[in-house]
Design a protein around this ligand. Structure first.
Ligand code: AHR
Length: 502
């Protein structure tokens, strides 16, 4: 049995809980769009062909923003293929995923879907095969009220009001040699700067995201950020970060400590951005848009795109099935994102439906929640108000990948209006229960309002269409408060939320 303690004090505020931390991502990839969010044949489909069951699950997930339309896809995308009468839209080869896109869904459909899902759109532009002019064109189409060719075209296509999209991603993973139109940091930094400068001439209040590294393992990690920001610092608001984790070679202990890497990633990018800021003698700070993060088993067959002459529409791709340990890691990655709320102002779980997703569908059939759905939905629901810095005293565990790591990871939030507190905690031990005590004396008289834990003796249990409910977060009956100290038992390989109130 392990023991650990936390101290919470409402005076130690890291920053606000941001709805944008609970963003997600819809890419034209596999079955994310087609038969995922859009399935006109489905019984629950609405007049636009959007699945009602999926819309309900997206709302239940508590999604804040949704990034669209890619991902690697965007680096070859011609956005104007996806507007206007459906029968006149071209089918195109999608080189990123060796598929065919019928362009049935484009920017107007996505914006209608985003409104129905009640999410903020985050639009990515193509800086792979395209440049400044096309960035300006899609901006004019989306955000100019009217009286110009492209804004009037939008109105003619049924959207009288401008979309007013605030957040724009200046390309995707341009550091990756796999990216269509891959560039050096200097080439990309110049292009992103010119695109940003021109876009700001249309609207100075846009929020622009420049591409950072596609993973902290990239050989250019660090120098990419520095070079790109030396060019673009003055013109952008965010730098992106992408990270995917998976259990490799049965090394569960290292996998459960994945958030250690995310912490390091965020701290390194922040330090690099601040170094550029100092060198430029500026006061403005660049924040992080962690706009792709998740567990992803990239080596598995389902992540391999088709090859040869086979260019299918909406193939099964990246349809990872997540187990309980994967969900614990997703919950822990959210703890890391919240802990850095002063620096991470936006994040996107990649992706939303079918493709490495918390929500799965059958074409024309059932939809269900993966294990990873639950920590995301519960964190989104209960993290309110401000993120508090917590003082942790916990034993360490030895891991192959990260050396000694804390057995406990935790963060707390507090709503100053209601006094409601939520403590999110992960026990990373693969074998031992951890008894956690939390000193909450500074919160005054509080009681445990609820506590839920996700774990299972078999952490490899994964949800499926036939059984998505055998393992769910359950009420943790051990949670209690006495004399200003909360005690709760956290099983091995578990994620929990403990809620306190008056
Ligand atoms: O989310 C899947 C892919 O991962 C995205 O298309 C790409 O940006 C990243 O490499």
């Amino acid at each position: 049995m392990l023991t650990a303690s936390l101290v919470i004090d409402p005076a130690f505020v890291v920053g606000p809980v941001r709805r944008r931390t609970f963003g997600s991502f819809v890419e034209h990839l596999g079955r994310c769009v087609y038969t995922g969010i859009h399935d006109p044949e489905h019984a629950s489909a609405d007049e636009d062909g959007f699945r009602g069951d999926v819309l309900d699950l997206v709302k239940e997930l508590g999604t804040g923003t949704v990034r669209y339309p890619g991902g690697n896809f965007v680096s070859g995308y011609r956005w104007e293929d996806g507007i206007g009468p459906r029968e006149q839209r071209p089918s195109r080869l999608d080189l990123a995923w060796h598929s065919t896109d019928p362009n049935t869904v484009g920017v107007d459909e996505f914006m209608r879907w985003a409104k129905k899902a009640d999410v903020e759109p985050m639009m990515a532009i193509n800086l792979g095969t395209r440049g400044v002019q096309e960035a300006l064109d899609i901006l004019e189409y989306c955000n100019v009220a009217g009286g110009t060719q492209l804004s009037d075209l939008r109105r003619a296509n049924g959207a009288e009001e401008p979309y007013g999209i605030k957040m724009w991603c200046l390309g995707n993973e341009m550091d990756g040699p796999w990216q269509i139109g891959h560039k050096t940091a200097h080439e990309y930094g110049r292009l992103a700067t010119e695109a940003a400068r021109a876009m700001r001439m249309v609207d100075p209040d846009l929020e622009l995201v420049v591409c950072g590294s596609s993973s902290s393992a990239m050989p250019t990690f660090g120098t990419w950020e520095a070079t790109v920001l030396e060019e673009a610092y003055e013109y952008v608001d965010y730098i992106s970060a992408h990270a995917y984790y998976s259990e490799k070679d049965g090394d569960l202990a290292s996998f459960l400590a994945s958030a250690v890497d995310m912490d390091h990633f965020i701290d390194s990018v922040s330090a690099t951005a601040d170094a550029v800021r100092a060198a430029k003698k500026l006061t403005k700070r660049i924040h992080i848009s962690f706009d792709e993060w998740n567990v992803w088993y990239q080596h598995r067959a389902e992540s391999r795109p088709p090859t040869g002459d086979d260019w299918p529409v909406a193939p099964v791709l990246l349809e990872d099935r997540y187990n309980v340990a994967d969900a614990v890691v997703v919950g822990n990655l959210l703890i890391s994102l919240l802990r850095h709320t002063d620096r991470v102002h936006s994040a996107s779980l990649a992706q939303l439906v079918n493709v490495i997703a918390p929500i799965m569908t059958e074409p024309g059939g059932r939809s269900w929640r993966q294990t990873t759905f639950h920590p995301f939905a519960l964190t989104s629901e209960h993290a309110k108000g401000e993120v508090l810095q917590v003082a942790v005293d916990a034993p360490t565990l030895e891991t192959e990948k990260f050396g000694e790591v804390s057995a406990l990871d935790a963060v707390a939030t507090r709503d100053p209006e209601t006094g409601a507190v939520a403590i999110f905690a992960v026990n990373r031990s693969t074998t031992e229960t951890l008894t956690l005590t939390v000193d909450v004396r500074s919160l005054g008289d509080v009681r445990v309002v609820g506590a839920q834990t996700l774990s299972n003796p078999d952490h490899t249990w994964a949800a499926s269409a036939d059984d998505a409910t055998s393992v769910l977060p359950v009420e943790n009956g051990t949670a209690a408060v006495s004399d200003g100290v909360v005690t709760v038992e956290l099983p091995a390989v578990s994620w929990s939320v403990v809620r306190l109130g008056a």
